[in-house]
Design a protein around this ligand. Structure first.
Ligand SMILES: [Zn+2]
Length: 338
């Protein structure tokens, strides 16, 4: 891939630099605008919060912020473009839809897979709505413990669109389940495994699962650092160290899944309980976009992780994933799964 779409134009993949592969500016669950009891959305304040966070990241050397917000989760690419311009950090946005539990769309439930594929291709090649902003990759999302029929249709559409355009696929998983099924479904549509990043693979402490993802040739996302409510960071650090010890440093990508500019409406917990952004922040005090730099890398270095390893996970791996090259020494692991 020669050029890569960001929300402010295209860049060369080799110019991405230090990349956080899974962070968010805004999140809003479907129906957020119907919640009149939610705090009002003040756009200018949210922009300035987003700019402040990305400026902090830039001080840590971050030059690219990947925001895999699906279409149905409050995606606002003009908001992303404004924050990117004001902060000087590249932002890459996605096309694609969220899980059945948290994103179910009446329209996408009705549309056949061919038309959803065409929608994704249009957003990747022509642009999103009338903004002229093009998505840089496809997001697919599945729940647990199994992929529903609705989600399967969207994964197939996402795989077909990515294969047609030649862009990568970034996934959402729940409880670190179904990543292998995602890889199988996507590769059946013609996506090479090294163009797949299986997100939230740190949703459960399962080293064998993560090794299996890497053995299929996919990237493994340890992308929820700071989200202690899901998994303790000690286990994440330990999991990354074990991957490095076992020779998988070129398969690991790091991020937080943090929400930098705010929530649209109120967060909803697993489709059952409406909560507040403040309650989530109080339960996860380390869940910020700079947590890796301020607290996690020092702990990793104490465990023997080198600066070269960190650079591999923050720069080389995301760059190679977006470029579409195969990792050195991994050429036996990028085959398509029959
Ligand atoms: Zn996310």
């Amino acid at each position: 891939m020669d050029r890569l779409n960001t929300v402010t134009g295209s860049v060369r993949p080799e110019d991405l630099g230090i990349t956080l592969v899974h962070e968010h500016l805004l999140i809003g669950y479907p129906g957020w605008s119907m919640d009149a009891l939610a705090p009002p959305f003040r756009r200018a304040e949210a922009v300035s919060r987003g700019v402040d966070r990305l400026t902090e990241l830039r001080a840590h050397g971050v030059t690219t912020f990947v925001d895999p917000c699906p279409i149905d989760l409050g995606r606002d690419v003009e908001f992303m473009a404004e924050v990117s311009e004001k902060s000087g950090v590249h932002v890459i946005c996605a096309t694609g839809a969220y899980t059945e539990l948290e994103g179910l769309s009446y329209t996408f439930r009705a549309l056949p897979v061919e038309e959803i594929t065409a929608i994704y291709v249009k957003e990747l090649t022509e642009g999103i709505g009338s903004t002229g902003i093009r998505a840089g990759f496809v997001k697919v999302a599945t729940g647990a413990p199994a992929i529903s029929a609705y989600e399967r249709k969207l994964v197939v559409a996402g795989g077909r669109a990515a294969a047609a355009v030649g862009c990568p696929v970034l996934t959402h998983t729940e409880d670190a389940q179904c990543g292998l099924e995602q890889i199988a479904l996507l590769t059946e549509q013609g996506v090479m495994a090294h163009r797949i990043l299986v997100g939230h693979s740190d949703g459960r402490d399962d080293h064998d699962y993560r090794r299996a993802l890497a053995d299929r040739g996919a990237y493994v996302g340890f992308d929820r650092f700071g989200l202690d409510a899901i998994l303790d960071d000690d286990k994440r650090v330990d999991g990354v160290c074990r991957m490095i010890d076992d020779g998988y440093v070129t398969s690991v990508c790091l991020s937080h899944d943090s929400i930098c500019a705010g929530w649209l409406g109120r967060p909803v917990f697993r489709g059952r309980r409406v909560t507040t952004a403040e309650a989530i922040a109080a339960a996860n005090p380390n869940w910020t976009a700079t947590h890796l730099f301020t607290r996690i890398f020092p702990r990793m270095r104490e465990r023997g992780v080198t600066d070269a390893d960190i650079r591999t996970m923050l720069v080389s791996n995301p760059g190679r994933y977006f470029r579409g090259d195969v990792a050195p020494g991994r050429d036996n692991r990028h085959r398509m799964i029959a």
